[in-house]
Design a protein around this ligand. Structure first.
Ligand code: HEM
Length: 443
């Protein structure tokens, strides 16, 4: 499966302690299936193979046992994230209007307001105490944004911190050795217990959001409103409370820590590449001149967006996704056996020298329209691809674009001399222990 043929023990150790080391070794130049515990698996970085799996023959693939082990205990089996087949199609169709461009444009004012609240808070910090953890500040702001945008609910710092804590427990619990062996889900695992308790915290939050809305009798055009008014086309029934809670949990699990982590890496990249930071400041100063941006300013801030895109290439937030074949298949003359697992190594695809010129260089310009000509559309996959591409991709980019424009206008963030982040995480790669940085006022 890898060029070095790692043992299961090594794979587990690397996945848990040094995921970047693991992805570096999982080359996947040629699709080659090898036994991996109880399953057979292959790794790929080839955009043609990736396109086949995620798009061209997507109906033959489902999420892997490992993904189910990570996501089903906290989310359940029936959410847009975890379901398959007809149920997934229905859930996706139901939620889609909440993520259309016309809808998400309307979220810009609340995103700006929450970003301003963060800037106001930073303004209050005495100048000799301006050390922050970027990851946790970004998480709080993106969590408040998702709660307002999707559920039209304002949350205070205490509520937001409780939810953030639960989501973190849920996404950071450690897989056990039997999980790597491919042992079926029904075999009990102690590691799930923490995840179940995180689920209870999220459920309480979901229940209170749903109860508040139902009690008010209001119908609002947000995600929750769409879920509440949806009717099953076959039996005419509304979504059960259990199902609604699961959907709310899912959007919390998927919809803010991801964007917060992308922004965290953006600020690390700006610290590491001061020439990029200088260009970013030039664009922001020329277009905004210190004023708060609006949605319509964003089209005049292309370099700001490209900084985010390039960060998501080199500091890949979701470093891999997996699929399992439902029936035998074939791609590029290689047989894919039924139940065979394909690991799409996004981290390495984003650094592949056949796909990217000088891949180790941080160059936002590579995302300009002229420099993107000829690039394979499955060479860049921060949000996955095909029908199961991230539903929140445009929402997340809009949010990151506005937040970066507002923050970088006012503040420069600096890490300690010699600081080197250690990326860690089983679904989302974030700096271990957060990202400690000092705030320096720009103007
Ligand atoms: C930088 C931010 C984000 C990143 C890097 C990211 C990444 C991804 C990736 C790679 C997938 C595909 C997983 C797979 O194919 O196995 C995905 C799916 C998904 N994402 Fe995101 N995501 C981000 C933000 C968001 C936001 C803001 C939301 C919601 C508000 C969201 C909701 C979802 C959902 C519901 C799915 C499942 C879609 C489906 O299976 O139909 N994500 N995301």
């Amino acid at each position: 499966m890898s060029s070095k043929k790692l043992t299961l023990f090594e794979v587990r150790r690397l996945c848990l302690n040094d995921p970047v080391g693991y992805f570096q070794q999982m080359k996947g130049e040629k699709l080659e299936f090898t036994r991996f515990g109880l399953s057979v698996a292959a790794v790929t970085t080839d955009p043609e193979v990736i396109q086949h799996i995620l798009l061209k023959n997507a109906q033959n693939y489902r999420k892997t046992l490992m993904t189910r082990l990570l996501l089903e205990p906290p989310l359940g089996k029936e959410t847009v994230f975890t379901s398959e087949g007809e149920l997934w199609r229905q859930q996706r169709k139901l939620a889609a209007p909440a993520f259309r461009l016309n809808t998400i444009k309307g979220f810009a004012p609340l995103m700006i307001e929450e970003a301003q609240n963060l800037l106001d808070r930073w303004d209050q910090i005495p100048s000799d105490q301006r050390q922050i953890d970027v990851q946790s500040d970004m998480s709080m702001v993106t969590l408040k944004i998702i709660t307002r945008a999707m559920f039209s609910k304002q949350s205070d710092d205490r509520d937001a911190a409780a939810i953030a804590d639960a989501v973190r427990t849920m996404t950071q619990f450690r897989l056990q050795f039997i999980d790597f062996l491919g042992v079926p889900k029904w075999v009990p695992r102690v590691s799930r217990l923490r995840s179940y308790s995180a689920k209870r915290v999220l459920n309480r939050a979901a229940r209170s959001i749903i109860a508040e809305r139902t009690k008010s009798g209001e119908s609002k055009p947000d995600l929750l409103g769409m879920l509440l008014s949806s009717v099953d086309p076959e039996n005419g029934q509304r979504m059960s409370d259990r199902q609604l809670e699961a959907e709310v949990r899912s959007y919390y699990a998927a919809g803010y820590e991801t964007t917060a982590t992308a922004l965290t890496w953006v600020f690390y990249a700006l610290h590491k590449f001061p020439d990029v930071e200088a260009k970013l400041h030039q664009e922001l100063d020329a277009v905004l001149g210190g004023r708060t941006p609006t949605y319509s300013d964003l089209e005049n801030l292309p370099y700001t967006l490209r900084v985010i895109q390039e960060t998501m290439r080199l500091f890949t937030v979701v470093p891999s996704i997996g699929r399992e074949a439902i029936a035998d298949d074939e791609v590029q003359g290689v047989r894919i056996p039924k139940n065979g697992v394909i690991v799409i190594n996004i981290w390495l695809t984003h650094r592949h020298p056949d796909l990217w010129e000088k891949p180790e260089n941080f160059k936002p310009e590579r995302f300009s329209p002229e420099n993107s000509i000829g690039r394979h559309r499955f060479a860049y996959l921060p949000f996955g691809g095909g029908p199961r591409i991230c539903i929140g991709a445009s929402f997340s980019l809009l949010e990151a674009h506005l937040l970066l424009a507002m923050i970088a206008q006012k503040w420069r963030l600096r890490a300690k001399e010699g600081y080197k982040p250690h990326p860690i995480g089983q679904i989302v790669l974030h700096p271990k222990g957060g990202l400690p940085m000092t705030l320096e006022r720009r103007r």
